[in-house]
Design a protein around this ligand. Structure first.
Ligand SMILES: CC(C)(COP(=O)(O)OP(=O)(O)OC[C@H]1O[C@@H](n2cnc3c(N)ncnc32)[C@H](O)[C@@H]1OP(=O)(O)O)[C@@H](O)C(=O)NCCC(=O)NCCS
Length: 190
């Protein structure tokens, strides 16, 4: 119910607070992998904190300032995509993502992110969709490129994490570019 098919048995669904136990079990499979680059899993380490994280996104959704979605494969939650930022005043938003290791390499996040960007641009009138990734996060940078985004630049040493100040790459796609990329003659998009 309330699911969008991503093909190959994969589905995108809202990741709501009532799913916090399932979310925590998934994060326990993803934690070591995800912790290398992002803080998401560190914010949910036990049932109360997992529920609090999903509740914070439910509140953002109610305020129209953010949203979180899970990716399920054959009924198992394996990752997700989110609007970390959703600002209707400036018509800009930022999409983020994560997967557990077993679900990587199949295009799940690329397909899920496309669904979010389509919705943001076509239904919500977003003008600019951003993607931010540590410069060392090659897999995430490849997703941004695969989505047809442009590298705006680098926020040098802007993200202190685990004792290192990381460079953050900012990528984006504008609504006009997104529509062109999806139109006839845009070619095959992997
Ligand atoms: C970022 C992250 C989600 C990317 O995972 P991913 O599996 O590379 O991304 P996708 O699900 O889009 O899959 C793309 C890969 O599947 C391959 N693939 C196979 N079938 C595909 C299809 N139908 N469509 C697109 N890609 C496909 C692609 O070639 C690509 O592999 P490549 O990068 O080696 O070329 C993952 O590395 C991760 O969770 N990292 C830790 C958390 C994190 O860093 N999050 C992002 C913070 S900015």
């Amino acid at each position: 119910m309330f699911a969008t098919s991503l093909g190959d048995g994969a589905e995108l669904r809202p990741l709501e607070p009532w799913r916090s136990e399932e979310f925590l079990a998934h994060l326990d499979r993803a934690r070591e992998f995800v912790d290398e680059f992002i803080q998401l899993a560190r914010a949910a380490t036990d049932p109360p904190s997992a529920r609090a994280l999903l509740t914070s996104y439910a509140e953002k959704q109610a305020a129209d300032t953010g949203r979180i979605y899970g990716i399920w494969v054959d009924g198992t939650l394996v990752g997700g995509v989110l609007f970390r930022v959703f600002d209707t005043a400036t018509e800009t938003c930022e999409v983020g993502c994560w997967l557990e290791p077993a679900a990587t390499g199949r295009g799940l996040v690329t397909r899920a992110a496309r669904t979010l960007i389509d919705w943001a641009v076509e239904e919500r009138g977003m003008h600019r969709v951003e993607w931010r990734a540590a410069a060392t996060n090659a897999a995430s940078v490849r997703v941004a490129r695969r989505l047809g985004m442009t590298r705006d630049g680098v926020l040098r040493e802007s993200f202190p994490y685990r004792g290192v100040r990381h460079d953050i790459e900012v990528w984006s796609v504008l609504a006009s570019e997104w529509r062109r990329g999806r139109g006839p003659g845009a070619g095959h998009r992997h």
